[in-house]
Design a protein around this ligand. Structure first.
Ligand code: C2G
Length: 135
């Protein structure tokens, strides 16, 4: 069984998130999603989520491509995660290209193209200005 891992906040879940999860799962048989906790988002990523961790976890667990959702509480946990979950492939969007190459000592590192036209920030801005989605 080929095991894949990816990380993220996945707040205001949208089709760009689902697309990368689908493509990540296609690289193996089992997908672990490491979901940023509310504290990690606030303290380390300066993100205030619309949905809290439990609700974001619930949404991800409903996605057919996702097999396991666990908490991300620190930048430094990735090597431990890769060893704990016996990961073969680490996946992130290409907005992170190069940032996690050091993990290639432990598993394959794959950067997948980010869906360019959608983002949580854009959704929030569109809602704030009552603009129709441009997608
Ligand atoms: N993503 C994407 N297309 C978008 C938006 C996001 O492919 N339009 C991808 C990102 O590249 C990332 C994943 O979806 O791989 C999750 O994105 P975020 O929730 O924004 O997560 P991020 O803040 O990048 O957190 O330790 C790593 C961090 O937890 C990553």
């Amino acid at each position: 069984m080929k095991r894949v891992i990816t990380y993220g906040t996945f707040d205001l879940l949208h089709y760009g998130h689902v697309s990368i999860l689908q493509r990540a799962k296609a690289l193996g048989d089992y997908l672990v999603v490491v979901l940023s906790t509310d504290e990690f988002n606030f303290n380390m990523k300066s993100k205030v989520c619309y949905f809290n961790y439990e609700k974001r976890k619930q949404l991800l667990e409903a996605i057919r491509y996702v097999d396991l959702v666990v908490p991300e509480y620190a930048w430094e946990q990735k090597v431990d995660d890769i060893q704990l979950y016996k990961i073969d492939v680490f996946v992130m969007g290409d907005d992170w290209r190069g940032k996690f190459d050091f993990l290639n000592k432990y598993c394959d590192v794959v950067y997948l193209e980010r869906t360019p036209e959608i983002s949580t920030t854009q959704i929030k801005e569109s809602l704030a200005t009552n603009k129709e989605s441009s997608c």
